[in-house]
Design a binder for this molecule. Structure first.
Ligand SMILES: N[C@@H](CCC(=O)N[C@@H](CS)C(=O)NCC(=O)O)C(=O)O
Length: 219
């Protein structure tokens, strides 16, 4: 499979799009981006729903027109198609650990803090910006506190979530930590999480994936 001609449908500020960008960059895959303004509802327009009926970003379209959705599935597809550098450990226990760390962010934090959930809280229950931010901080902190404990207490934790190789858990963690800044989440209580995030963000692949570095960024 060639490493160019991919199209990433996403949004500069979306943490799930960040995950896809970081994985593509780590794999050295070239891609162009098509941007959807999430607050304006571009992701629910018919053209995009034809690509991804869920109306969520990201989606990745390969050079032969294969449509991939769900950031974790996109990352695994990239890892299986372009094995180096590996984003999951070689051993089965290591893979289970990295997936568990990644899932804690991707399945336990992100879905309940997503834009459509915050919008529903506002429209259905009258939650204003302050209340929505409080909701976000509460659910992000609940899981990140547990992740801090898991990472700080494990001998498997290294420069990154799992040893010295950056991988899927780091991608999810860094994306979440970037997003946290928009909601003033206090991360001083999670030194290991902070240290790992800083190590990730020092990598060129992550720097190039940063929201502010994207062509559609509005800052
Ligand atoms: N589980 C999906 C979640 C995708 C998702 O929720 N993306 C957000 C942006 S980070 C989105 O498209 N939100 C649009 C909305 O809430 O309407 C994934 O990992 O790809």
């Amino acid at each position: 499979m060639q490493k160019s001609g991919f199209v990433l449908h996403g949004f500069w500020r979306s943490s799930t799009s960040f995950r896809a960008r970081a994985a593509l960059n780590l794999k050295g895959v070239e891609y162009t981006q098509k941007s959807y303004r999430l607050r304006e509802g571009d992701q629910r327009q018919p053209d995009y729903l034809a690509i991804n009926p869920q109306g969520l970003v990201p989606s990745l379209v390969t050079p032969v027109g294969l449509v991939l959705t769900q950031s974790l599935a996109i990352i695994e597809w990239l890892d299986e198609t372009f094995p180096e550098p590996a984003l999951l450990p070689k051993d089965v226990q290591g893979r289970a650990r990295v997936r568990a760390l990644a899932h804690a962010v991707a399945l336990d934090i992100h879905p309940i803090n997503n834009l459509r959930v915050l919008s529903y809280l506002q429209n259905k229950f009258g939650a204003d910006d302050v209340a929505q931010a409080e909701w976000f901080r509460h659910w992000a902190s609940a899981t990140l506190g547990a992740l801090e404990q898991a990472l700080a207490s494990s001998a498997e934790t290294g420069t990154f979530c799992h040893g010295e190789n950056v991988g899927t858990a780091d991608i999810c963690l860094a994306g979440q930590m970037i997003n946290n800044k928009r909601f003033d989440v206090d991360d001083s209580q999670w030194p290991t999480v902070r240290r790992i995030t800083a190590a990730c963000l020092a990598l060129p692949a992550f720097q190039a994936a940063m929201p502010a570095a994207q062509p559609d960024a509005v800052t």
